[in-house]
Write a new protein. Structure first.
Length: 102
């Protein structure tokens, strides 16, 4: 088993903990650049908002590219996974809450 496979074996509710950690760490590292790019479009996005938007943006990217991950599949399931859907909606609302026009 390779190192990434070994790290991805640890799961909570069927989702790899490593994937969440990598997503949030990557967004934290990229957030200054993302905010700077948004400032050029005259939109002020605080750094913490990028962290809140990490999962909703990730799922949107997976849907746009056609890559169906376990979380994407669970989100599209109409008959279950309501806690996931509520959590993603809460993250989306928190992420959009502090955005201002500059």
């Amino acid at each position: 088993m390779d190192a990434i496979g070994w790290l991805r074996q640890y799961r909570v509710s069927g989702y790899a903990v490593f994937d969440f950690a990598a997503t949030f760490a990557g967004i934290l590292l990229l957030s200054p650049l993302l905010s700077k790019g948004c400032r050029k479009l005259r939109v002020e996005v605080p750094r913490r908002n990028w962290v809140y938007l990490a999962l909703p943006l990730g799922i949107t990217a997976h849907l746009a590219t056609g890559r169906i991950t376990p979380m994407t599949r669970d989100l599209l399931d109409r008959h279950s996974h309501y806690f996931l859907k509520a959590g993603l909606l809460a993250l989306l609302l928190l992420g959009l809450r502090g955005i201002k026009k500059a």
